[in-house]
Write a protein that binds this ligand. Structure first.
Ligand code: GUN
Length: 292
């Protein structure tokens, strides 16, 4: 069994991006600038957004963190998005999800200019992805592809079972892995909460991507010997043995599944850092596309 080390792979990407920034500086080109909007005080979202800002600092990107109380109105948030769309200094920005219930997430993602939508959540970018046209790929699926590619995992002709059909992970992941390119060329099954005989389907998988947000959902009986298992889950579960009182738990029962795998991602340190790395790749791409 080999660990798919997202921490290490993302660190390699940061080194490459830092080099690109150095070259841009030497050529007098604009330094990429990412802005992140965080609404509310959700601990997980705050950790992720802080990690995104820290990654910008490590690479040499500029970054701006904009925080609002969760009482902010949809209208006020849309106004800020408009400002960011028009600010020539900001090359890309994200609005961290989930948002409070009174704010319509679709309305928010649609308001972000597609050319600054480095999360790849805008319908135009998602449509371009489906048609394999240029655009920004959603950060988590793109990060998983990068992890697969950089660790030399063959996907062509493989049966991949994606568990979870969210707009930001499961659905785009299933489309990207079916593409006629490398990594890709998979036979994809998109499974979800209503799928019957999930265990049986998973046992036929060469690659399992678990993105359902249910801790320990994928058990050893569901996994074929030698499978590649990628765990997108990051649920906080109570753990009194930890000082902070919780630990991060993936969708895979790692302890029992790992011995059967050829490759498996840990949680934390697997997909999470790769999501951030793809956001950084997209931010560099955003400024390059502007020709600045
Ligand atoms: N919430 C969970 N994952 C993501 C992500 O990749 N981007 C944003 N903006 N919010 C998220």
């Amino acid at each position: 069994m080999q660990l798919l080390d997202g921490k290490k792979t993302s660190a390699d990407i940061r080194v490459e991006l830092a080099e690109a920034v150095k070259q841009r500086k030497a050529q007098g080109k604009k330094i990429p600038h990412l802005a992140a909007v965080l609404v509310g005080n959700d601990g997980g979202s705050l950790t992720y957004v802080n990690a995104k800002v820290k990654s910008c600092e490590d690479i040499g990107f500029e970054s701006t963190l904009i925080r609002y109380d969760d009482s902010i109105s949809e209208e006020a948030l849309l106004k800020k998005i408009n400002e960011l769309n028009e600010d020539p200094n900001i090359d890309g920005f994200i609005v961290q999800l989930p948002l409070p219930k009174h704010i319509d997430e679709l309305k928010i993602t649609q308001a972000i200019s597609p050319s600054k939508d480095v999360d790849g959540f805008h319908p135009q970018n998602l449509g371009n992805m489906v048609l394999n046209l240029p655009g920004f790929l959603p950060a988590t699926p793109a990060g998983i592809l990068e992890l697969i590619k950089r660790n030399g995992i063959e996907t062509s002709g493989m049966h991949c079972v994606v568990i979870g059909r969210s707009n930001i992970v499961g659905s785009p992941m299933s489309i990207l892995l079916a593409r006629n390119e490398s990594p890709g060329n998979c036979t994809v099954t998109l499974a979800h909460s209503r799928t019957k005989n999930l265990g049986e389907i998973c046992r036929q998988a060469d690659i399992i991507i678990a993105a359902i947000g249910r801790p320990g959902f994928v058990t050893a009986e569901m996994v074929k010997e030698g499978a590649v298992v990628i765990d997108v889950g990051t649920t906080r579960v109570e753990d009194p043995s930890r000082e902070r009182g919780w630990r991060l738990c993936g969708d895979v029962d790692f302890e029992n599944v790992a011995p059967k795998c050829s490759f498996i991602t840990p949680v934390p340190g697997g997909v999470g850092p790769m999501t951030i790395a793809s956001l950084m790749i997209n931010t560099l791409k955003a400024v390059e596309l502007k020709g600045l």
